[in-house]
Design a protein. Structure first.
Length: 220
């Protein structure tokens, strides 16, 4: 097996390569063996930030997705959660410092991307939930872009806002996008989501919201 240091060092100006689901599993296994992030990054021709992102996304995996990982990786993730839970709870994401206008721009962009994605999922005869589709893609080692999209904080924040919308209906009884059944996604649902993105009429607040100077909007 080649040394971890044998990979090409990524220049700061170079864009990190996109990792596949299979490579993400390999990265988690190396992290579980306590390999250094910089060595793992060199092996996969990416950067340390990308390696950390793989771990952070794995911490949000469903129980079924975690069960597909090795026992060593599962133990590593559990230990990481225990060691960093207080730190994570006490340190708000850097994204929270952005002003409310920027946040709404991000929400609008995310809503448009989600609407485009749901058009591909739309099937009145299909009973799958988004979680089941994600798990299927994960097990098949494909479509990691889609998996990554649903685990983004902005995507989860969008759900919180749209759950309070008077236009996008059917989310009030769900806990997240993962609970959404494909059979419930129709032309009206997608059209209302695009409308929310166009008018930037996002109600309520989410974990990423911050108060804009001079605004009376409150943070959740």
């Amino acid at each position: 097996m080649a040394s971890l240091n044998s990979g090409k060092k990524l220049d700061r100006r170079e864009k990190a390569v996109r990792l596949t689901a299979v490579q993400n599993k390999e990265i988690l296994e190396l992290l579980a063996r306590r390999e250094h992030r910089k060595d793992i990054a060199a092996k996969f021709n990416t950067n340390e930030k990308a390696i950390s992102r793989v771990r952070d996304q794995a911490l949000s995996y469903t129980s079924k997705m975690r069960a597909s990982l090795t026992n060593e990786v599962q133990e590593y993730l559990t230990l990481w959660e225990e060691m960093h839970s207080k730190k994570m709870a006490g340190s708000p994401p850097k994204n929270r410092i952005q002003n409310i206008d920027d946040h709404f721009d991000d929400l609008a962009k995310c809503a448009k991307e989600l609407a485009d994605l749901l058009v591909e999922f739309k099937d009145a005869a299909r009973d799958d939930t988004i979680d089941e589709i994600i798990e299927g893609s994960f097990e098949a080692g494909e479509n990691f872009d889609m998996i990554e999209f649903f685990y983004k904080k902005i995507t989860r924040g969008l759900f919180t806002h749209l759950k309070q919308s008077e236009l996008v209906l059917g989310l009030d009884t769900l806990n997240g996008w993962g609970d959404l059944e494909v059979s419930k996604v129709d032309d009206t649902f997608i059209r209302m989501m695009r409308l929310e993105a166009a008018i930037r009429g996002f109600e309520g607040t989410c974990d990423l919201c911050r108060v804009k100077p001079g605004s009376n909007r409150k943070v959740a």
